[in-house]
Design a protein around this ligand. Structure first.
Ligand code: GLC
Ligand code: CA
Length: 578
């Protein structure tokens, strides 16, 4: 067997977006004590690890991804004492806690940046990326507070991932700083060894507290091409930044340094969010030699190809195509084999709800299709991630006005493409938000059919999806056929069957336009050969399938009451161990 065993390869991760998970004090905002109150729920599901989205002190321009103090807790979420209790209570239950590490950028309210912007010779100046205005003729007396002037003289044409220029002019020193995300998220300058010292110190500090790992935010973007060249215009929102920011010249060097100075000293798991990562690159980031990270998240199945007919950038209303999803995931499954470990996910806090996007969220098929996509993913090779609410089949939201949206990515896109540039109508933009907006994942967790879905006794910070009366945890726990118990079973199977974790992935039926099928095979000395055969019908039609006709074995799981020989029923999924 080529894979070295590790606890985090055998684990299932449950992702919590704290703001929307559970509110303990009625202020309408989820908090750490709320999470503590739900640890038994996560344990019941069977997950091993909780990944917390950022809980650090933050002005919340991008819901915590703009960190003002890495060693303090966001006021609304609680205190460091609450965190210590959360960690202890999790550990008592055998649950581990993974923190979000956001070090490509900080908040502009971080002490480092407050210093940095004061003067060109401030000791923190080089903690960030400052550049002079471009093409300014000598003696130019133009009014530099004019946004048009600032636009025209930006150091290059890079666009922020959240729309608009990636450069912000700062009056105090007459230079621009780089922000790949919002202008309240200035990028750190990783070329500066002092930045790396500070970041690694801070990471060691958290590790010494006893946390169990890091999910590293846009870690593939920390090393920029130092000549800061213009990007190709109209190359899509991420397009401009991609070749100069993603997988940059020193990214592997910096991660190896991080590994030497921090990661290798602890028994922790790491997963890098790797915007723009290719399969080849991933075999470096997550190589089995353990020199960098444990695994990475790639985005090929959630953006990219299926959006080639998108309206603008990522904004699309097109359902993903099975052929694209399958060829992409299969490519990663077979491409990582023997080289690097992978991660498995359908959704997270940046993606629409899994069942709405990949399954079918109509009342008729929601439950069955949610189980189908879960089957399809959880039998693959890699560490699975379950995003809060996915395990009860929570769905996308409908947004009827931009006023209803909270997400900075959505609000900026609306301002730029609808209000300023008239590139798309308001209705079309809102339909895009319904389909792929990040707000879909951020509506409060639906705990029961009471007021505010049991998320808060006060006024929730963000709208509860009106379908909470039908879709909620209480209902799911009362129904033995619920999506919840199906996930519980999938997770238990993974814990029981080494073939589900370490088995080699073998694609099947690669030309089918309705079925996603594959095998996992593990041939272990002493244990004999084990094979799991999986088939999932991605359509609402009954389709011919003879895979199981002559297959003897134990049915591990299925989402239908009875099978029809030679067919798969609409959204049917099956896995057989032989
Ligand atoms: C990552 C996070 C996302 C955030 C962005 C900037 O993509 O997942 O939520 O907005 O980085 O930090
Ligand atoms: Ca609260």
């Amino acid at each position: 067997m080529s894979d070295k065993r590790a606890w985090w390869k055998e684990a299932v991760i449950y992702q919590i977006y704290p703001r929307s998970f559970a509110d303990s004090n009625g202020d309408g905002i989820g908090d750490l004590n709320g999470i503590i109150g739900k640890l038994d729920y996560v344990k019941k599901l069977g997950a091993d690890v909780i990944w917390l989205n950022p809980i650090y002190k933050s002005p919340n321009d991008d819901n915590g991804y703009d960190i003002a103090d890495y060693r303090d807790i966001m006021t609304e979420f609680g205190t460091m004492a609450d965190f210590d209790r959360l960690l202890a209570e999790a550990h008592i239950r055998g649950l581990r806690i993974v923190m979000d590490l956001v070090v490509n950028h900080t908040s502009d309210e971080n002490a480092w940046f407050i210093e940095s912007r004061k003067s060109k010779d401030n000791p923190y100046r080089d903690f960030y990326i400052w550049k002079d205005p471009k093409n300014v003729s000598e003696g130019d007396t133009a009014d530099r507070s004019d946004p048009k002037w600032q636009d025209e003289h930006a150091p290059n044409n890079w666009e922020s991932c959240f729309s608009g220029s990636a450069w912000q002019y700062d009056q105090t020193t007459g230079q621009y700083y780089l922000h790949c995300f919002s202008k309240k998220q200035p990028d750190l300058n990783w070329e500066n060894p002092k930045v790396r010292d500070e970041v690694f110190d801070m990471m060691n500090w958290w590790c010494q507290k006893g946390i169990d790992g890091f999910r590293m935010d846009v870690i593939s973007m920390i090393s920029k091409v130092q000549s800061y060249p213009d990007g190709k215009v109209n190359d899509g929102v991420y397009g401009d930044l991609n070749p100069y920011v993603c997988n940059g010249p020193h990214v592997h060097e910096y991660l190896q340094e991080m590994n030497r100075r921090v990661l290798s000293k602890y028994d922790i798991m790491t997963v890098g969010e790797a915007a723009g990562v290719t399969l080849e690159q991933a075999t470096h980031y997550a190589n089995n030699d353990g020199a960098e990270l444990g695994m990475v998240f790639h985005f090929e199945h959630t953006d990219g190809g299926q959006n080639s007919d998108a309206m603008i950038g990522k904004w699309s209303v097109n359902p993903p195509k099975l052929s694209y999803i399958r060829s992409t995931l299969n490519k990663w499954q077979t491409g990582l084999e023997g080289k690097a470990w992978g991660s498995l996910y359908w959704d997270n806090h940046d993606q629409p709800r899994a069942v709405s996007r990949f399954g079918n969220d109509s009342p008729e098929w929601r439950v069955r299709s949610a189980k189908m996509i879960a089957t399809c993913l959880h039998f693959q090779k890699g560490t699975p991630y379950v995003y809060q609410g996915e395990e009860i089949g929570m769905t996308n939201m409908h947004f009827s006005s931009v006023e209803d949206c909270n997400d900075i990515e959505e609000r900026n896109a609306y301002r730029q493409y609808v209000t300023e540039q008239h590139m798309i109508s308001s209705e079309d933009m809102l339909r895009c938000f319904d389909h792929v907006g990040r707000d879909n994942a951020r509506t409060p967790m639906q705990w029961n059919d009471g007021p505010q879905a049991g998320f808060t006794t006060g006024t929730p910070w963000f709208t509860v999806n009106p379908n909470y009366r039908e879709i909620n945890v209480e209902q799911a726990l009362a129904d033995p056929d619920s999506v919840f118990y199906y996930y519980q079973k999938l997770i238990a199977l993974r814990h029981k069957l080494p073939v589900m974790v370490y088995g080699k992935f073998i694609p099947l039926l690669e030309d089918s336009d309705s079925i996603y099928a594959y095998r996992r095979v593990l041939d272990e000395e002493g244990a004999g050969k084990q094979t799991i055969t999986v088939a999932c019908n991605w359509t609402d039609q009954k389709v011919p399938c003879s895979l199981f006709d002559d297959l003897q074995g134990e049915e591990l799981i299925t989402n239908v009451d009875s099978h029809e020989k030679g067919f798969l029923l609409p959204y049917e999924a099956r896995a057989i161990l032989s």
